[in-house]
Design a protein. Structure first.
Length: 150
């Protein structure tokens, strides 16, 4: 009877340890490739904003469930972003990430850095605003990256 109990315990241990899925850590090369994908998406986003305007760029790079925070207000989902951005056709926004990181799962990442926004004030004079941006990126089903937080 003792042998049956020991065998049962050993079988249970083998069963439980074999069922535990160990996630393989991504290689440094894979992490670097994912970071580069996010960097490239951020650069394409900024380039489109510069060439085609903020409205088009924000809509092109927003995920359907994206959220913007502007003036302590949340603008939710792509439909809300479209409404908010409909009159934001300025091409004066420029930015570049200072830092990029990605989750080991390869499906979420984030960037942050500095932006400059050149515009005309209410009197038509050139004006400039500078600040810090933070963007959270999510890999889409098609493999592309879209922002979910800006």
């Amino acid at each position: 009877m003792k042998n049956i109990t020991i065998i049962g315990v050993l079988m249970a241990v083998v069963l439980f340890t074999s069922c535990t899925k160990k996630e393989k850590e991504p290689s440094d090369e894979m992490m670097a490739a994912w970071k580069q994908e996010i960097t490239d998406a951020e650069a394409a986003f900024a380039q489109m904003a510069k060439e085609e305007g903020m409205n088009k760029a924000f809509l092109a790079f927003a995920a359907d469930n994206a959220v913007l925070m502007r003036g302590n207000q949340l603008i939710e989902k792509k439909t809300g972003i479209a409404e908010y951005m409909k009159n934001q056709n300025s091409k004066g926004l420029a930015w570049s990430p200072e830092f990029v990181d990605v989750a080991k799962s390869g499906d979420l990442g984030y960037t942050y850095g500095y932006y400059t926004f050149n515009y005309e004030d209410q009197e038509g004079n050139p004006a400039e605003a500078k600040g810090v941006f933070h963007t959270v990126w999510k890999r889409q089903q098609d493999g592309s990256w879209k922002f979910v937080w800006d």
